[in-house]
Write a protein that binds this ligand. Structure first.
Ligand code: CA
Length: 225
């Protein structure tokens, strides 16, 4: 799963990140409510683990802002305050589940599975990573409102990477998905198409969105995420 952890206590955040990565999940961390809302709007997550007590605005406000923006990503809220009123408030404004600190890591993992399973997660019609948008229906791509012309193969490749934003896709998996073949003869083709995409998308921007993960494959996302 793609999981966003929102927790300002760095030790707790690091612990959760490490544990969930060890379980095979792709994890991003946000340390404030504002960056949580921004990250959740820019990338697609299967579930958000959200601490209530945050600097700036709190976890309740994060959920309220996400739901207001029609972001329906399942949210599991964490709190140290075992107050029934808070639970009602959290569930009222659109959180999907609640876990009180301290909790067992195994319980968190089990709850995350349950929360993310609940019903289909509405996918955004338009894929968005930072200031790059791709509309699968109209085949339009924009970088910072600048239209970008792509060939069909370039478009398929970018769509695949953007649907998996933040996740590293292995070369073989990309080739199988885009060229519909298991043969490794497409290997140099992939290199060529990635460099074409880079020229069109990243050339004029300071923020490079297409990243090479040496020896593995490629990823689309903001640097360092
Ligand atoms: Ca906190």
């Amino acid at each position: 799963m793609q999981i966003l952890i929102v927790e300002d206590e760095t030790r707790m955040a690091a612990l959760l990140e490490k544990g969930l990565r060890a379980e095979g999940h792709a994890v991003m961390v946000a340390y404030t409510g504002a960056s949580a809302v921004e990250t959740a709007q820019n990338c697609t997550f299967d579930v958000i683990v959200l601490d209530v007590m945050l600097p700036g605005f709190d976890g309740f406000e994060v959920v309220r802002r996400l739901r207001e923006r029609r972001n329906q990503t399942p949210v599991l809220m964490l709190t140290a305050r075992d107050a029934p009123l808070d639970k009602v408030k959290g569930l009222d404004i659109g959180a999907d589940d609640y876990l009180t600190k301290p909790f067992l890591f195994n319980e968190l993992v089990a709850r995350l599975r349950a929360v993310s399973r609940r019903g289909p997660i509405p996918r955004p019609a338009v894929l968005k990573v930072a200031d790059l948008t791709l509309n699968p229906a109209t085949h339009q791509v924009f970088r910072n409102k600048r239209p970008i012309e792509l060939t069909l193969t370039e478009f398929s490749l970018l769509e695949l990477l953007m649907r998996n934003a933040g996740r590293v896709l292995e070369r073989d998996a990309i080739i199988a998905a885009v060229w519909n073949t298991e043969e490794s003869g497409e290997d140099s083709n992939l290199n060529a198409f990635i460099s074409l995409l880079r020229q069109k998308i990243d050339k004029d921007d300071a923020m490079q969105l297409i990243q090479t993960v040496r020896g593995v494959g490629y990823r689309v996302g903001r640097g360092g995420e």
